[in-house]
Design a protein around this ligand. Structure first.
Ligand SMILES: Cc1cc2nc3c(=O)[nH]c(=O)nc-3n(C[C@H](O)[C@H](O)[C@H](O)COP(=O)(O)O)c2cc1C
Length: 148
């Protein structure tokens, strides 16, 4: 059994729905989950043994959703040492934007810059092609869990 902290970046709720779905799947597998819809740096510093799963959509011209902007600013301004933190990254976006999935890319790059290790590859779901995103994310989750 492992512990998973899920941090969500969402404007319209799809990323939160997806996080709820994946958390339920993790619990069915016997893991423990906690979900934060107002992510803060402390959520990943307090429990460094937890796996972090970031699920974030993109809005504006490649911008982060408002609810996760504070978390990103804390990463950029406080520059925490994140060695030992292992994470997975799932983005929701629309490929008709040339800033496709820019928000999850920004978060991913900043975590790696601070020493965190991304497990597996980043999943970028194109909601204009994949509807609903749950099935794609479930397949990715199985592979991600096997790579821990
Ligand atoms: C106003 C608006 C701007 C968007 N901008 C982007 C963008 O820059 N890049 C991208 O990949 N997707 C963009 N999208 C698509 C959203 O990321 C996509 O619809 C996603 O599923 C929304 O997730 P949410 O419900 O969690 O907010 C935009 C959507 C809207 C409505």
């Amino acid at each position: 059994m492992s512990h998973f902290t899920l941090l969500i970046g969402t404007t319209l709720g799809s990323a939160e729905d997806l996080a709820d779905h994946l958390a339920e799947k993790l619990r069915d597998l016997g893991h423990q989950t906690v979900i934060h819809t107002s992510p803060q740096l402390d959520h990943i510093l307090i429990k460094p043994e937890h796996f972090l799963l970031l699920i974030c959509s993109t809005h504006g011209a490649g911008e982060l959703p408002d609810n996760i902007e504070a978390f990103y600013q804390q990463l950029v301004q406080r520059l925490p040492e994140l060695d030992g933190l292992r994470f997975g990254a799932i983005g929701l976006g629309d490929s008709s934007y040339d800033t496709f999935c820019a928000a999850i890319q920004k978060l991913d790059h900043q975590l790696v810059r601070l020493g965190a290790e991304r497990i597996g590859s980043r999943l970028e779901i194109d909601v204009s092609q994949v509807d609903p995103p749950e099935q794609t994310a479930e397949i990715w989750l199985d592979q991600w869990l096997n790579q821990r």
